[in-house]
Design a protein around this ligand. Structure first.
Ligand code: AMP
Length: 453
């Protein structure tokens, strides 16, 4: 299949040729015609499969075909993303793909993200915009300042949609959606769609075309997955040794906390391996700088929290290291998807300690993986795994404590983890050692089920 057979026009084809793209990727072949027709799309596709162009190209086409925008604070296409870096990346792609449009057809694309002054964004919004790429919080700030109105949005994209559905973004996303017109095109893209968000996706979309790219091994990115057993205090040493032994030139290291990003980056730099930290509480300037230095090979290692795990495209990134394991099996998929992109091969290495061994098994099980454990000579772990106590009634996986027995005798409830209220009014219990399920919010369908536009 060729790009021209998908119905894309000459200026866009010229930009694609300029980027050296010969043919559409499977997600592009499947999604572009549907989006051009104005249909809703619900697409799951591997990271690195070309999903940005799959929605950006037809959006540009449709905006150009619809003619120039009217006056006012209106926006015609809204792309919501969970991170500022992803917003900047998508904006760059839109500008690149639309560079050959004629003067009359030129599109105004703006990025609206937090961490930088709001004033330039408000000024830029004068006269509205064709496309806004935004993180939800800053978009709402701009709306509250009357700088923008969503009442004319014709197309909504949620990229990394499952992340946007998760609590944390929940209230903000619900507010944005309430401000959108009911009649619109909605497009959901993500590498992972856990069952917990299916209902939310259904409520947001109208007769969507469901596009699921096969994740058969032949289609999966070429990522070699390795797991090293190591004691917690020896992880930086192991990282240094692996970098030197394998001659890794560019490594993205994931850690659990912002403190760890700086601590590990500092230790590596002191050991002669230039490294930068990236986390959500740095100034936007520092975040952009760290990513730019890494992309330009000014630093060899980028130590990041999960702020870097979604959507970020770093060309030729051969190695991803899970210094701390990700919280969920889906996050594992997103993290390792930073390597092995666009047909390249990559290595994903996870560090496993006695304490995190069970959690890694869960990640393997959920992702249907079985990764051989390795140890680096000289850094073999000394900590041992403490087997879980046998289950003897009471709460599954937890023996009744003396305190609980006394409370029981006194007719009091046990001190077991209290059920927590969820957004749907049900209750759930999270037990120690058990992965805490992500919570998702809900909203009402925008039209009665089954009603067509
Ligand atoms: P994405 O999944 O959108 O992050 O894209 C992953 C990478 O694939 C990016 O570096 C894109 O520039 C590249 N890419 C997207 N579409 C194509 C294509 N049709 N042919 C070759 N590379 C592509």
């Amino acid at each position: 299949m060729s790009f021209s057979s998908l119905g894309l026009s000459a200026p866009i084809l010229q930009a694609l040729t300029g980027r050296g793209y010969v043919a559409p990727t499977p997600i592009q072949s499947a999604a572009i015609p549907v989006i051009l027709r104005g249909g809703d799309v619900w697409a799951s596709a591997q990271t690195g499969s070309g999903k940005t162009a799959a929605f950006v190209l037809p959006i540009i086409e449709r905006l150009v075909a619809d003619g120039p925008r009217g006056r006012g604070r209106f926006v015609r296409a809204l792309i919501l993303v969970p991170t500022r870096e992803l917003a900047a990346q998508i904006t760059g792609e839109i500008q690149d793909y639309s560079q050959h449009l004629s003067q009359d057809a030129a599109l105004k694309t703006l990025v609206a993200v937090g961490g930088v002054s709001i004033n330039p964004q408000m000024m830029a919004l004068g006269g509205g915009a064709d496309i806004i790429v935004a993180t939800p919080g800053r978009l709402l700030d701009l709306i509250d300042h009357n700088a923008v109105s969503l009442s004319h949005v014709a197309t909504l994209v949620l990229d990394e949609a499952d992340r946007l559905f998760a609590l944390g973004f929940a209230d903000e996303l619900a507010r944005v959606i309430a401000l959108l017109p009911v009649r619109r095109q909605s497009l959901l893209f993500s590498a992972t769609f856990p069952p917990a968000v299916w209902k939310l996706a259904e409520n947001l979309l109208l007769n969507p075309t469901r596009i699921e790219m096969p994740s058969a091994p032949a289609d999966a990115p070429d990522i070699q997955q390795r797991a090293f057993e190591v004691d917690v205090p020896m992880r930086t040493q192991l990282l240094r040794n692996l970098i030197e032994l394998n001659g890794w030139t560019r490594v993205l290291v994931f850690v659990a906390t912002k403190y760890a990003t700086e601590h590990v980056a500092e230790k590596l730099t002191r050991a002669g391996i230039p490294a930068a930290a990236l986390h959500g509480e740095q100034s936007q300037g520092a975040r952009t700088q760290a990513l730019a230095d890494f992309k330009a090979s000014k630093v060899r290692v980028l130590v990041a929290t999960d702020v870097a795990s979604r959507g970020i495209d770093i060309a030729s990134l051969p190695v991803v290291v899970n210094y701390d394991l990700p919280r969920s099996p889906d996050d594992y998929t997103h993290r390792i998807g930073r390597t092995g992109r666009a047909g390249e091969s990559g290595v994903a290495v996870s560090f496993i300690s006695a304490e995190t061994d069970a959690h890694f098994r869960l990640i393997e099980k959920r992702n249907m993986l079985s990764i051989e454990r390795e140890q680096l000579p000289g850094l073999e772990p000394l900590e041992t795994i403490v087997p879980a106590p046998p289950q003897t009634g009471g709460i599954k996986g937890k023996r009744k404590s003396k305190k609980d027995k006394l409370r029981e005798a006194a007719g009091l409830p046990p001190t077991a983890p209290a059920p927590r209220a969820t957004t749907d009014g049900t209750q759930k219990t999270v037990r120690p050692g058990q992965e805490e399920p992500k919570e998702y919010f809900s909203w009402s369908p925008r039209m009665p089920p089954g009603r067509r536009r």
